[in-house]
Write a protein that binds this ligand. Sequence first.
Ligand code: NAD
Length: 352
Amino acid sequence: MKFLVTGGAGFIGSAVIRHLINETDHAVINLDCLTYAGNLNSLDSISQNKRYTFTKVDLRNAAAIEEAIKKYRPDIIMHLAAESHVDRSIDGPDDFIQTNIIGTFNLLEATRKFHSTLPKERQQQFRFHHISTDEVYGDLESTDELFTENTPYSPSSPYSASKASSDHLVRAWGRTYNLPIVVTNCSNNYGPFHFPEKLIPHVILNALQGKSLPVYGTGSQIRDWLYVEDHARALITVATQGEANETYNIGGHNEKSNLTVVETICSLLEELSPKKPVGVQYYRDLITFVKDRPGHDQRYAIDATKIQKELNWEPTETFESGIRKTVQWYLENEDWWLSVLNGDYRLERLGN
Ligand code: NAD
């Protein structure tokens, strides 16, 4: 089968593509416009494979998307391209509206036109898989509540509101135009090739450079962490076996407060990288509490029973095993992150 993956140069998209090329026989077209978050170096290990093609297309350009879909004639579209950083969405929401909402609309329209030209059998097998986030559900107050596929939407940030809008568009195209869509809503991901502005890589790289480790508020916010390769496997399972017009929540059953995440990274670094920058006695001494993000959600946690029962997917990594692999990866892949740091981005975390 032919997969067209949008946002394939990003953190999760590149994990999906590496998985499709390394573990399956499918062909992959990576459609990405390479924003600051897109990095083709994350695909070095598979970029020479004959089943892989990259095409530089911006989702804000409707004609270019239509042309690419006509040219490549995919069997499955996995839509991951998005502006994805909450802090950036607070600072400047415009790109989030343009890419996440208008870009998704452009992609849906191009897909609908293409889908209508296919023979009946291919029409039924076709899937438009929209990759979304648990942040569309807003936050949870009590500790025993979980997000299910039926939790009402209540997004808090411009990022989550733009993702919620795109989810609604995708479901409407499924219902109104009979486009066979599937939607997944996933919790926070972490792992190799994660752009350093996000909490976990940011903390690892700042600690290695003896810089402060900023924690919003008191660090009590809880996130449900999923190792990115477990997510990639879940996504391919849903794209190939999911029921049309269904939604699947994906999560790792790994609820941790932000402070626990930062402290865990500090302890792992004590063990795996004991030689510290000058002036640093313990990595955890670098932890600095900073002013909280406006509208910061307190807790996200996913009920992933449906995907487990219906599609037999389960995460293979616990937070403890995944975070250890992640810290090790950053220690062993300095070339990858140095090239990111030497580009536009200099370990600055927005909101500070
Ligand atoms: P990312 O920011 O690492 O990558 C986004 C990719 O999309 C980049 O390669 C970028 O170049 C591309 N892109 C952005 N705007 C584009 C445009 N206008 N046209 C074409 N390409 C464009 O994001 P990620 O963390 O890999 O997230 C991927 C998807 O998964 C997003 O839709 C996000 O909402 C969702 N998601 C992420 C998480 C997480 O924890 N990272 C959790 C749940 C869901």
